[in-house]
Design a protein around this ligand. Structure first.
Ligand code: FUC
Length: 809
């Protein structure tokens, strides 16, 4: 139940009450947190662990008492080698037959033939190592406490055992490329433990001078598919090499070792440093023969870190992290929720109770996760960010580009983490290289580049399906280039970085648009459509009972192409370049087969008004133009907005994690704050950790105890989509205008936010009460003009570069 209490900030009674609460919370020091995940017990399951990362290295901490377990990852450790994009050179020759079958409305044949446009499946993200620490003193701890403080990206564990207090502190530093863990005991010499390093991959372990060195190489074997488990073949001298170094620095105690274990005895303080490196040297370099020197890099990072004190490393880590994290501050007004451990807090929230600070925590956590998983150029956050313990992770933990990879980055620009977007933008550049070959060989298009359903660290762009073995409904889809090109525009329009657009961005956008332009064909009415086409992962059902995916003129394809053309046109205008090409795009844009509204009032997904095989299907790609695109909008295209709403109504709200994340953004773009909020609450619905056996398991889409998004299993996109949606509820923008509080739910009737970004290079600071804007400060990165809109009020502003102005409506 949502609190109905109406609050006015000027009411003296309320001020008195707030003051009293503040006094109480400062006395107990336990304000209900917007910054901490905390627990009274160690993690038993992965979905209870606490994760940290520096955008390259990831650590998953369980915080056990008798034994500690930490999964280690390196975002650049994948199976495989650079892809041979030319894997099916004559695939395109099948296109005329597919088109003919479609023209004859022979969908069954078209579906069968579409499989001929398939290549290999993606490679798989690999786990690096598991660190195990086994304590000599075993027993039942008291006063156990475990927390992740996302305001400084530090994890802590403390407990007491037989009257001795033990503490641990963990962080993964970006400036020093190191993980550091400090163990302390309140009693002298009470730290006694064994350290082991294991890997699911074949590896060698050596121990010398208090240092463990694990080396090995990732499998080169390709992933056999989603249905058939891959064979994990490790071939010496091939694949990506990895090195994990672990060094123990102790005070007063003694460190010894045998061939597999480091043993610490009678220490009072111990610091463990871990550095990891791989030979990955870019998507197009053989990691074995042209790879980086992983051993040297790992040693350099370790030696540089060891030269600094733990405190110095921590200080540098926090300063670096907060540079990004502190840019945004959200407050949603008074909350009456009690201060509970995060797992209990989620359970309480699932019962419908109010907990605004949990909602803020979820938003902040999304930003934390992106800073922690996306700082390696060319290697964006994957399906699990960078935290993966599995040899065969779900969906290979790859880049799934018909929604999931893009959703990972929906919060990058508007929540002021533009630098994190660069991992994806540089990856798109890589895709454009292999994508040229894919465009030619799979689609017979000699201009531009195309990418399909999946990718991996090798920037593969071919349609997947193991050469005809998989279902076209997901395997045959060449629109990732069009979709991803809009990220380039988003980066430009938020940052106003014209230099980037000129030197790199525009040619990538142009390449994606060129492919689409050449891929379009004319339908019987003289309009432009795609053929063959599929609508991500959904299937239609024909009146004769045939269920299939292959059709012509799918709405989603055309929506993505519309957006891609529109933004490429705008980019060419800004750069004052390519007038002839721009004209071609304008002509094509005007000739695209228009949106259709179906008999149920819905925005049609298929060219014809066919039934959906699954009307509640989790994908809603036909709504791309509403979000993440922006050519459907309540004021500009009211009929299409209404049809989009109807589509969402038909689908219902019950869906999986990432899909919920998407739908919340869609409802926000329909300016229905209460519906967006309802679904946001559902996204935060408690889900039991995978593998936990309870009588009445809580399963489905939602949130695990460690606030990871449940698909299930864990998939990080829902975290990012959910955080992005919070920002969308508060600020929406395009090239010309900024809407303030466009989808503010009743539950957030008062609050403030600082640091959200808007298109045009603006930053917003505002507070509101009774759902009315009270104070607004707008700043401009590069100088410019925009129209501010709140409700039916509008105001045009012009700001100079760096100017910061309070605006009164
Ligand atoms: C898309 C989704 C699935 C899953 C997979 C990784 O194919 O339809 O639900 O998220 O990506």
């Amino acid at each position: 139940m949502v609190s109905k209490l109406k609050i006015h900030p000027m009411n003296p009674k309320i001020i008195k009450k707030t003051f009293f609460i503040l006094l109480l919370t400062s006395f107990y020091g336990k304000a209900q947190s917007t910054q901490k995940l905390w627990y009274k017990q160690p993690a038993e399951f992965f979905e209870e662990s606490l994760v940290s990362g520096n955008g390259k290295m990831g650590a998953t901490v369980f915080g056990g008492v008798n034994s500690e377990k930490i999964y280690l990852n390196d975002i650049t450790l994948w199976s495989g080698e650079p892809v041979n994009a030319n894997m099916n050179p004559e695939a395109y020759k099948n296109i005329p037959a597919i088109r003919e079958a479609l023209q004859n409305e022979n969908y069954k044949l078209a579906e069968e033939l579409n499989k001929k446009l398939q290549g290999k499946n993606s490679e798989s993200y690999a786990p690096l190592a598991t660190l195990e620490i086994s304590n000599a003193e075993k027993g039942k701890a008291t006063n156990y406490y475990r927390e992740l403080d996302i305001s400084n990206a530090v994890t802590k564990v403390s407990y007491e055992l037989d009257g001795v207090k033990f503490t641990r502190e963990y962080f993964v530093s970006a400036p020093d490329q190191i993980m550091a863990i400090k163990f302390t005991s309140s009693q002298k010499g009470a730290l006694n433990f064994d350290v082991n390093l294991k890997s699911l991959l074949k590896s060698n372990l050596e121990i010398r001078n208090n240092t463990m060195m694990m080396t090995g190489n990732a499998p080169i074997h390709e992933n056999a598919g989603y249905t058939v488990q891959p064979k994990y073949l490790q071939i010496p001298e091939r694949g990506t090499r990895f090195t994990t170094l672990l060094q123990v620095k102790n005070t007063e105690g003694k460190v010894s070792n045998n061939s597999s274990t480091l043993t610490v005895k009678n220490a009072s303080e111990v610091i463990i440093y871990i550095s990891v490196a791989t030979s990955f040297n870019g998507f197009d370099k053989n990691p074995a023969t042209e790879g980086l020197d992983n051993v040297t890099i790992a040693w350099q990072n370790l030696n540089n870190a060891i030269a600094k004190t733990f405190n110095k490393l921590e200080e540098r880590h926090i300063a670096d992290y907060q540079k990004f994290y502190n840019r945004v501050n959200l407050n949603l007004g008074k909350t009456t929720a009690p201060d509970l451990p995060t797992d209990e807090r989620l359970l309480r929230y699932a019962d419908g109770k109010e907990d605004k600070n949990l909602e803020i925590l979820y938003f902040n956590y999304g930003r934390y996760l992106l800073i922690s998983s996306s700082r390696t150029l060319g290697v964006p956050a994957n399906l699990q960010g960078l935290w993966n313990p599995h040899l065969s992770p779900p969906w290979s933990s790859n880049y799934t580009m018909n929604i999931n990879l893009e959703e990972n980055y929906w919060l990058a620009e508007n929540t002021n983490l533009s630098e994190m977007h660069e991992s994806l933008l540089s990856f798109i550049k890589n895709l454009s290289v292999t994508g040229k070959v894919t465009a030619k060989t799979f689609y017979g298009v000699n201009e531009g580049w195309a990418a399909a359903h999946n990718s991996d660290i090798w920037a593969m762009t071919n349609p997947v399906g193991q050469f005809g073995k998989e279902d076209p409904m997901w395997a045959c889809w060449p629109m990732a280039g069009a979709w991803l090109s809009t990220h380039i525009w988003e980066h430009y329009i938020f940052t106003q970085d014209k230099d980037y657009l000129k030197k790199e961005g525009y040619s990538l956008m142009k390449g994606a648009a060129q492919f689409c332009l050449n891929w379009l064909v004319t339908d019987k009415n003289g309009n432009l459509i795609t053929s063959p086409s599929t609508s991500p992962e959904n299937q239609y059902k024909l009146s004769d009972g045939f269920v299939g995916a292959t059709l012509y003129g799918g709405t989603a394809d055309l929506a993505m192409i519309r957006e891609c053309f529109d933004k490429t046109i705008k980019a060419s205008q800004i750069l004052n370049t390519d007038a002839a090409f721009r004209e071609k795009l304008e002509t094509a844009l005007a000739k695209l087969h228009p949106y259709q509204i179906g008999k149920k009032g819905n925005l049609q997904e298929w060219y014809f008004d066919w039934d959906d095989n699954d009307p509640k299907h989790r994908h809603q790609s036909q709504l791309f133009g509403l979000f993440p695109g922006n050519h459907i909008m309540p004021v500009k295209t009211p009929d299409l907005a209404e049809a989009s709403k109807k589509t969402l109504e038909i689908k219902g709200d019950e869906t999986t994690g990432w899909s919920k994340g998407w739908r919340i953004n869609l409802w926000a773009r329909l300016w229905d704050g209460n519906r967006a909020y309802k679904m946001f609450r559902e996204l935060l619905r408690y889900v039991d950790p995978d593998g936990k056996k309870t009588e009445k398991p809580r399963r489905g889409g939602g949130t695990y105890p460690n606030l990871f998004d449940a698909h299930p299993p864990f998939q990080i996109d829902g975290n990012f989509g959910g955080a992005s949606a919070v920002a969308e509820m508060l600020v929406q923008s395009d090239e010309n205008e900024i809407r303030l509080l466009p989808a503010l739910p009743d539950a957030w009737e008062e609050g403030s936010v600082k640091g959200l970004c808007a298109r045009g290079g603006f930053e917003i600071e505002m507070n509101w009460s009774n759902k009315k804007l009270q104070k607004l400060i707008v700043s401009s990165k590069k100088g410019g003009k925009t129209t501010l809109i709140f409700g039916d009020k509008k105001q045009e502003i012009v700001l100079k570069k760096g100017e910061n102005k309070e605006i009164v409506f």
